[in-house]
Design a protein around this ligand. Structure first.
Ligand SMILES: Cc1cc2nc3c(=O)[nH]c(=O)nc-3n(C[C@H](O)[C@H](O)[C@H](O)COP(=O)(O)OP(=O)(O)OC[C@H]3O[C@@H](n4cnc5c(N)ncnc54)[C@H](O)[C@@H]3O)c2cc1C
Length: 329
């Protein structure tokens, strides 16, 4: 059921088997598997998943390559709800470990917000990441093209950039390294540093050896129409024509609610075992939040793994409790 301000109350009085934080590709997949294991599941999602910004999902088996990310999310939510799962549109602020359960404190609604606590035995962190974009005075100009032919994911969209004139927009020498794997697809690459970092000598000579251009002047705006970027106007008035672009500026991790658990991490990503379990035995992490490839197919598979391991844990503990009870009787 979709929980609303009017219907949340009974949900705060029960203990869910699992609460999934994040209703993107990973969280919805986990929710579908959990409900099909007859486990009581609540997905809490603040919306605007990374898949929401994906204008077309190009590489998912069984779906036409122009399937919008929004369709995947809508269909996934309907599927989860049809299996009897609960879905709440809210922001998770804090998770408290109470021993056998987690208390999950949420904020519902941006205006006149309400604050409530939901409880579960297991937690799946599926709250993803969000890409940093070039910071221009007019951010609408960036949103006009980002996710269309101004890409953020080389694995997803390298193919789309093949043999094209590509602008790479980076904010550090480390993030600029993306030009080298991009060189598999095209040799016509200009790196835009926007004066945000100095290109170290070693990187400069490797770029020059490949014939890649470097442009240090800041960007005034992206130019183009109908969501198709055709170049950039620089702050000195020059125009650089491009066919497409790749933003490589790092990501913000949506997991501050887990900070006090001090879970094992690699960079910002959570480290998990092969069943998506973190260093805490009842917290699982899936999708972009964990170490691995940031892909819809991987997030969906992670959801299946985490849900299956939680089912095994619950089944085994229920079985051992029954055996102990029978021995007592
Ligand atoms: C422009 C673009 C194009 C892409 N193209 C492709 C492609 O062609 N093929 C491909 O395989 N992948 C593609 N990707 C990558 C793909 O979108 C991600 O790998 C995938 O969405 C990750 O799923 P997820 O479930 O981990 O996270 P998400 O889909 O980001 O879902 C996380 C959800 O958690 C919510 N959330 C975050 N914090 C909280 C909180 N505190 N409380 C409640 N909810 C919270 C978020 O709002 C979001 O709804 C693309 C990504 C982008 C940005």
């Amino acid at each position: 059921m979709k929980l609303t301000k009017q219907t949340w109350q009974p949900a705060t009085e029960k203990i869910y088997d699992t609460i999934v934080i994040g209703g993107g590709a990973g969280g919805l997949s986990a929710g579908i598997y959990l409900q099909r294991y007859l486990l009581d599941t609540l997905i809490i999602d603040k919306g605007k998943a990374r898949s929401f910004w994906m204008s077309e999902l190009h590489n998912y088996l069984g779906l036409p390559p122009d399937t919008p990310g929004r369709s995947v999310l809508r269909q996934g939510k309907e599927h989860f709800l049809s299996l009897g799962g609960d879905l709440l549109d809210a922001y998770v602020e804090e998770v408290i470990d109470e021993g056998e359960t987690f208390a999950i404190r949420v904020k519902i609604g941006r205006n006149n917000s309400q604050y409530h606590t939901f409880r579960a035995k297991y937690l799946i962190a599926a709250s993803g990441i969000i890409d940093y974009l070039p910071e221009l005075e007019n951010m609408r100009n960036v949103y006009e093209y980002a996710g269309y032919n101004l890409h953020v994911c080389l694995i997803c969209d390298g193919y789309e950039m093949a043999d094209k004139k590509v602008g790479v927009f980076a904010n550090s020498a480390g993030n600029a390294e993306v030009v080298f794997p991009l060189g598999w697809f095209t040799s016509n690459i200009t790196l835009f540093t926007q004066g945000l970092f100095e290109v170290p000598d070693d990187l400069r000579s490797r770029l020059e050896a490949q014939g890649y251009q470097i442009e240090a002047t800041s960007i005034e705006q992206f130019i183009g129409e109908d969501h198709q970027m055709t170049g950039v106007e620089l702050t000195d008035g020059r125009i650089v024509k491009l066919d497409t672009g790749l933003i490589s500026m790092g990501s913000k991790y949506h997991a501050t609610y887990l900070d006090k658990f001090e879970l094992e991490k690699q960079g910002g990503n959570l480290v998990t075992d092969k069943m998506a379990r973190t260093s805490h035995p009842r917290i699982f992490a899936i999708g972009d939040l964990k170490v691995g490839l940031n892909q819809v197919v991987v997030a969906a598979a992670d959801g299946a793994l985490a849900a299956t391991q939680i089912w095994r844990d619950i089944r085994r503990s229920t079985f051992s409790k029954t055996v102990v009870q029978q021995a007592r009787d």
